[in-house]
Design a protein around this ligand. Structure first.
Ligand SMILES: Nc1ncnc2c1ncn2[C@@H]1O[C@H](COP(=O)(O)OP(=O)(O)OP(=O)(O)O)[C@@H](O)[C@H]1O
Ligand code: SF4
Ligand SMILES: [Mg+2]
Length: 326
């Protein structure tokens, strides 16, 4: 399988203190590293899942790929082109090929535009002529399972599930090669979550588009992704095939996340490990293993020495001194 996207050692920093407060309170960090040295790849036509608790850096990583968050270090190779460091002008053409379904589906649809205009936006932005606008809009609506009349609706006239469908239709408008789907099912009823996932799967199969699926929800990831990464404080703590990670979670954080999600098949029940404590602050990262204060398997070494990402099996990596199920 050929690689569509290849990310190496990506770092995204945000300033959290202005110059004046830095002068008044010297010594405290002025930046946080929301994405801290992440490497992975996505193959053509593949769905790659990204999970982690709130604030772990999932959206920031997705935004960095598409040029909406600053890349301070590292490389983003997409369709053979290096994107890190490109100017906004040079980035723009690649946003035809890499699109994003945003985390807040209604908020990102302009409230004063009808669905028809919302779906026409990508064509206008990229200067692509629409031969027959009405037909094209109706085709896009049909692709996401909505009837043609929906073109006349405003965003406030859409349910959560319908807004996701419109978000997906807009992301698909220019036949991209990669869709970054940020929490595609968050806030939806369980029955509608299934509809949206099945739709994403169907579209993915038909168009062979690759998908980066970002979510808190491990059941979602399991349903749609071939490979996945678990993110904690801006780092990937485990990466591997979804099947392998669900069968043999190796990082204690992965195991805790799996245990915190309902597991439908009792034969696959993992040891119950609940996540204790709060996520540490990015302003003041813990020493040693950054998960140690919450880890039921913590030993002395963990409090002093940071673990590196180590290979457990081909394609399966974990950032832990004492991987489980190993
Ligand atoms: N523009 C910004 N300026 C400063 N800090 C930011 C900015 N955007 C995000 N952050 C911080 O970066 C960290 C990662 O945020 P991000 O939104 O990427 O997390 P997430 O994993 O998507 O969380 P959620 O699951 O809640 O959507 C958080 O600590 C957040 O407060
Ligand atoms: S390195 Fe130690 S503290 Fe960190 S996850 Fe592994 S066992 Fe737990
Ligand atoms: Mg997010």
């Amino acid at each position: 399988m050929s690689e569509l996207l290849s990310v190496e050692n990506l770092i995204v920093r945000f300033r959290v203190r202005d110059m004046l407060s830095s002068l008044l309170k010297p010594g405290s960090p002025s930046h946080i590293e929301a994405v801290s040295g992440v490497s992975f790849h996505i193959n053509q036509g593949e769905t790659f899942g990204l999970v982690g608790e709130s604030g772990s850096g999932k959206t920031t990583l997705g935004q960095a790929l598409i040029g909406l968050a600053p890349v301070n270090q590292g490389s983003i190779q997409f369709m053979g082109q290096e994107l890190a460091g490109l100017s906004e002008r040079a980035y723009k053409p690649q946003r035809r090929n890499m699109t994003m379904m945003f985390q807040d589906p209604t908020g990102c649809l302009s409230p004063r535009l009808r669905v028809e205009s919302i779906l026409a936006q990508p064509f206008l932005i990229h200067g692509v002529r629409m031969e027959n606008k009405t037909t094209k809009i109706e085709e896009l609506l049909s692709l996401v399972g909505l009837p043609p009349e929906f073109k006349n609706r405003y965003p406030h006239q859409l349910s959560g599930g319908q807004a996701r469908r419109i978000g997906l239709a807009r992301a698909l408008a220019l036949s991209p090669r990669l869709i970054i789907a940020d929490e595609p099912t968050a806030g939806l009823d369980v029955s509608i979550q299934g509809d949206i996932l099945n739709l994403l799967g169907k579209v993915q199969e038909e168009s062979k588009v690759s998908v980066l699926a970002i979510t808190h929800n491990l059941a979602v990831i399991r349903h749609i992704s071939e490979r996945m990464a678990i993110m904690y404080l801006g780092r990937f703590v485990e990466v591997g095939s979804t099947e392998e990670i669900f069968a043999r979670p190796s990082h204690p954080y992965t195991q805790a996340l799996l245990a915190a999600n309902p597991i439908p098949d009792p034969d696959e029940a993992h040891a119950r490990v609940e996540l204790k404590g709060d996520v540490p602050s990015l302003v003041n990262r813990p020493k040693g293993c950054e998960f140690h204060s919450r880890c039921p398997h913590c030993r002395d070494k963990c409090e002093i020495e940071s673990p590196r990402l180590q290979k457990l099996a081909p394609g399966h990596h974990v950032m832990c001194h004492y991987p489980l199920n190993n």
